[in-house]
Design a protein around this ligand. Structure first.
Ligand SMILES: Cc1cc2nc3c(=O)[nH]c(=O)nc-3n(C[C@H](O)[C@H](O)[C@H](O)COP(=O)(O)OP(=O)(O)OC[C@H]3O[C@@H](n4cnc5c(N)ncnc54)[C@H](O)[C@@H]3O)c2cc1C
Ligand SMILES: *[C@@H]1O[C@H](CO)[C@@H](O)[C@H](O)[C@H]1NC(C)=O
Ligand SMILES: *[C@@H]1O[C@H](CO)[C@@H](O)[C@H](O)[C@H]1NC(C)=O
Ligand SMILES: *[C@@H]1O[C@H](CO)[C@@H](O)[C@H](O)[C@H]1NC(C)=O
Ligand SMILES: *[C@@H]1O[C@H](CO)[C@@H](O)[C@H](O)[C@H]1NC(C)=O
Ligand SMILES: *[C@@H]1O[C@H](CO)[C@@H](O)[C@H](O)[C@H]1NC(C)=O
Ligand SMILES: *[C@@H]1O[C@H](CO)[C@@H](O)[C@H](O)[C@H]1NC(C)=O
Length: 588
């Protein structure tokens, strides 16, 4: 049986195909031509249908030195902005910087999203800045090593991880991989690639480039006001960790001012743990038995253990495959929950070894007798480890003023306050086309939308920010941005259905159409849509990715099973393929 969603997405795909050859083109009117876009200098144009920046943009801060940070750096430097970049880790690479060191265990229950990644650490009130504090292991409550771990926050990749996006779609444009590079790349190859790109631009950690400060965490980003009380940009409170020896260090706090800020901090920082009755008691009764996927490193830790994996996305299935050889015979379980109307593909489960036992959603943990009860009434006991591959929350601890977890799922915040960026952490909000904060368009965001390939298409966000801030592309008025935004939320049936406002096709159409219109109007480079062989590459790669001659028994449900339905070939099934790919990108 083919679900209705299949036909809907097929219709989208057909629409999409025509969009590759024909982007939405908006010929400028004379009036538009005569107005210099967003320039605050032209404040007389206040009745304009376009947004006008409140101050000119010259210097820009970029937070985060991962893939997104470099994309932003490259475009903003090219556009002539003064850049400062801040990275809490010691090297660039973000998610792809693997270390055996793990992040701190995920709290149960979840922290409020405002502090779910970290709690900002500020200097004492009123002290002159910069302010320094020294620590030595002999007289401090936590060791230097632990202080550094908390500061830099190790990421959620594991030792054997290989990319699930083919190499031709997963590189910085203009910096392709050497020809013989495998399409599925080991994580260590990826971090080396990212580091070499940072070196190419002279901002790697050993370049000692004043444009980038490593070991530096952004603690706070606040509005700044001039002598007349007028808004005038942003003030960043920064904290740098300086190791002075194996057992001593200092922390330095200072502030820097900017006209605009790019948030490129990634989406996989704050763990999400589902709230399941009894879980908290279980984790207290059996310390160390409950993990979040971000703490997983190597399979040896599960040698001869019984393991219950929770989740059905790329991390859940990837880790389950990785540990299979090590866990106790027939004691590799995977539990997932899925509501009746879910369009989430079950294809990932097909990548598991056949003797992984797939069980339903967890109903309750009984710590008293060590039993786990599932939604169909069955139980399991003698489980040594439970790994929650249940994803992450949105969290921007350095922008506490734009978090409010008291706002219910599909409601807006109080009208007299700026609308928040984050409510319950399940989604982000208030961004026009997923990249600029509607309330204050000098706050830009990179790759918040998970539904796209960060590397290749993430470039659109960077170009869009560079153009808007240099006045070579224009934003609609705030009123119009809100209208557009609310329509897009409504079209998706509200926030509850997920965090993705665009599918990758819609999103590519929008940015190509808008940015190329702007290039026609104001000059500058044009951008490309998907390469002609995009679907071919994807089809070939995914066929191999999901190939498993002996998959486990998957409980009845509505799997899209793109490769079963289409036989993996032919021209049909591309909408299923794209839907599946979107999921692959968004279920870490
Ligand atoms: C397990 C896993 C597998 C993945 N597999 C793939 C794949 O195969 N293909 C693919 O395309 N994508 C994959 N991804 C997605 C991955 O997130 C992207 O490839 C990409 O690395 C995202 O880059 P980013 O720069 O947006 O974020 P990140 O890589 O997270 O970088 C953000 C940086 O910001 C820094 N930072 C955060 N907060 C602060 C602060 N307050 N102050 C200073 N610095 C800060 C962080 O230290 C980090 O270095 C995977 C993700 C995970 C978790
Ligand atoms: C700990 O010792 C170091 C020197 O070893 C000193 O600089 C620091 O002030 C001490 N800290 C406290 C809290 O006593
Ligand atoms: C795991 O269990 C098997 C079978 O009981 C045993 O032969 C093996 O030595 C065990 N391995 C370890 C590392 O304990
Ligand atoms: C599933 O869809 C039906 C019909 O559209 C709807 O009535 C029902 O509430 C949905 N169930 C869930 C759990 O969303
Ligand atoms: C475990 O304890 C729970 C709650 O006390 C109980 O409902 C359940 O039947 C027990 N299971 C076993 C196998 O003892
Ligand atoms: C957060 O949202 C709640 C519910 O809308 C509201 O009552 C409260 O004033 C908001 N808090 C802030 C700080 O905006
Ligand atoms: C599968 O989808 C159909 C409708 O598309 C629905 O009637 C049925 O209940 C679903 N089955 C499961 C197990 O979710």
């Amino acid at each position: 049986m083919i679900p209705v969603a299949f036909f809907l997405s097929l219709a989208c795909a057909l629409q999409q195909v025509s969009a590759y050859s024909q982007f939405a083109f908006h010929a400028p009117t004379d009036r538009e031509r005569s107005t210099f876009v967003n320039s605050p200098v032209d404040a007389s144009n206040s009745g304009s249908e376009f947004y006008q920046l409140k101050w000119p943009i010259r210097n820009v801060a970029i937070i985060g030195a991962g893939v997104s940070g470099l994309l932003a750096y490259r475009e903003l430097v090219e556009a002539g902005f003064d850049i400062r970049m801040f990275e809490r880790d010691a090297i660039p690479g973000g998610v792809w910087h693997y270390t055996d060191e793990t992040p701190v265990p995920a709290p149960i229950p979840n922290e409020d999203p405002k502090i779910a990644d970290y709690e900002p650490s500020l200097p004492p009130q009123g002290v002159p800045l910069p302010f320094e504090r020294w620590y030595a292991d002999h007289n401090a409550s936590i060791s230097t090593a632990e202080r550094w771990r908390r500061h830099r926050a190790p990421h959620g990749v594991w030792k054997s991880l290989t990319s699930n996006v083919p190499a031709p779609l997963m590189h910085f444009n203009g910096l392709p991989f050497p020809p013989e590079t495998p399409w599925s790349m080991p994580q260590d190859m990826l971090v080396r690639y990212i580091r070499s790109a940072y070196s190419f631009f002279g901002i790697n950690s050993n370049d000692e480039n004043p444009r980038i400060s490593y070991g530096t965490r952004v603690e706070l980003v606040e509005k700044r006001f001039d002598e007349n009380g007028m808004e005038r940009g942003w003030r960043l409170t920064l904290k740098k960790f300086d190791r002075s020896g194996a057992s001593s260090c200092k922390e330095v706090w200072w502030t820097e001012d900017f006209d605009a800020v790019v948030v490129a901090t990634g989406n996989f920082n704050a763990p999400f743990m589902p709230s399941i009755p009894g879980l908290q008691e279980w984790s207290q009764r059996f310390p160390g038995s409950v993990l979040h996927a971000r703490e997983y490193r190597r399979p040896e830790m599960f040698t001869n253990k019984s393991v219950l994996m929770v989740g059905a996305g790329t991390s859940a299935t990837g880790i389950s495959v990785d540990i299979h050889r090590f866990v106790k015979h027939k004691r590799n379980f995977l539990s997932f929950r899925r509501h009746a109307n879910s369009t989430t593909p079950l294809d990932f489960l097909r990548t598991l070894p056949h003797d992984v036992q797939i069980v339903p959603g967890i109903e309750q943990f009984h710590a008293s007798n060590g039993t786990i009860q599932f939604s169909d009434g069955t139980t399991l006991s003698d489980i040594d480890h439970i790994v929650f591959s249940t994803g992450y929350q949105y969290s921007f601890p350095f922008l506490p003023q734009y978090h409010n977890s008291s706002i219910p799922m599909n409601e807006e915040g109080p009208e007299d306050q700026p609308q928040p960026l984050v409510t319950d952490g399940s989604h982000y909000r208030s961004l026009y086309r997923d990249f600029i904060y509607i309330e204050e368009p000098t706050l830009g965001f990179m790759n918040m939308n998970l539904n796209t390939v960060t590397w290749t298409f993430g470039e659109y966000f960077a170009i869009a920010l560079a153009r808007v801030w240099s006045g070579t592309a224009r934003l609609p008025s705030q009123k119009e941005m809100w209208r557009d935004y609310r329509k897009s939320v409504a079209d998706k049936g509200g926030y509850g259905k997920g965090v993705l406002f665009f599918d990758s096709g819609e999103y590519i159409r929008f940015f190509c159409g808008w940015l190329n219109s702007a290039a026609f109007e104001f000059g500058g480079k044009t951008v490309d849509g998907r390469p002609g062989d995009y679907l071919h590459i994807l089809r070939t790669f995914m066929k191999a990715f999901f190939a498993n001659p002996n998959p486990p028994k998957i409980p009845s449900g509505n799997s899209s099973q793109a490769f079963v339905a289409t036989g993996g070939g032919g021209g049909s099934g591309d909408s299923d393929l794209l839907h599946l790919f979107d999921h692959l990108l968004s279920t870490y």
